[in-house]
Design a protein around this ligand. Sequence first.
Ligand code: NAD
Ligand code: ZN
Length: 252
Amino acid sequence: MENRNLGRVVSLLAQSRNTVVVTGAGISTEAGIPDFRGEKGIYRVLGENKVMQIINIDAFRRDPKTFYEFYRQYFTFPPVEPSLAHRILAEMEKEGYVKAIVTQNIDNLHQKAGSKRVIPIHGTADDFICTGKCKTVYDADYVRDFPEVIPTCQVCGSILKPDVVLFGENIKNYLDARDTILGAKVLVVIGSSLTVYPLAGFVKEFSTFYQDLIIINKGPTQMDHAAVIKLNVETTGEVMQEILRRLRMMER
Ligand code: NAD
Ligand code: ZN
């Protein structure tokens, strides 16, 4: 691990009482959920265009059967537990080192790990919502065990839609996410290639007004040039654990 850079990260975090964390698919690969752009990610395997054509709000409305066949095959996450990095972030919040997490992930793992202030801008794959008037919410088990490909509402019979932001839809909590990021003193990006907008745009905006952007990722991101510190890591758990260990030592 790059010791000098790690030391700089720790001192920035120690001085900040307003650190916001942005997370992407890379923080959940250690929990067992593949990312999209990594080696075995579906963008590499199937091509981004194909995924975009199907995981799309128009395609969902036009041809829900094709949508759900695809969704069931590629977007059903295995039942996994939060990774070490998720758990460390929850502890960092408790101890005052992290104020909020803005995440692109739809796996609910930050919440499961105990983080309280989580802003999931792409929704959650755990919930399915009735597209009819009743808006009843169902869990993933209901959909998985549904006898037909297209899951429907028990109350009114309408089609259910995953509570995730599809291509062509607006992100959730747009203003909250943007305000939280732009209001940060230090922004730490973990496990995101920063290619997906508008989140990448918020990070870009932050970096033009403020200095302290830290990026912790495996491989390059679109904003490496703007980061004061970039940690190139193979995994996120150990580095986050080491950061928290050093922060705690400084308190003594
Ligand atoms: P991305 O796939 O664009 O980028 C992930 C980044 O994380 C890559 O740069 C990769 O090299 C890095 N990475 C992978 N494993 C890592 C590890 N162990 N340690 C450190 N870095 C690691 O992901 P994204 O930018 O978050 O965008 C993908 C989109 O797909 C998002 O919109 C998200 O909603 C969705 N998605 C979500 C999940 C999830 O909820 N877990 C999983 C896949 C995709
Ligand atoms: Zn209904």
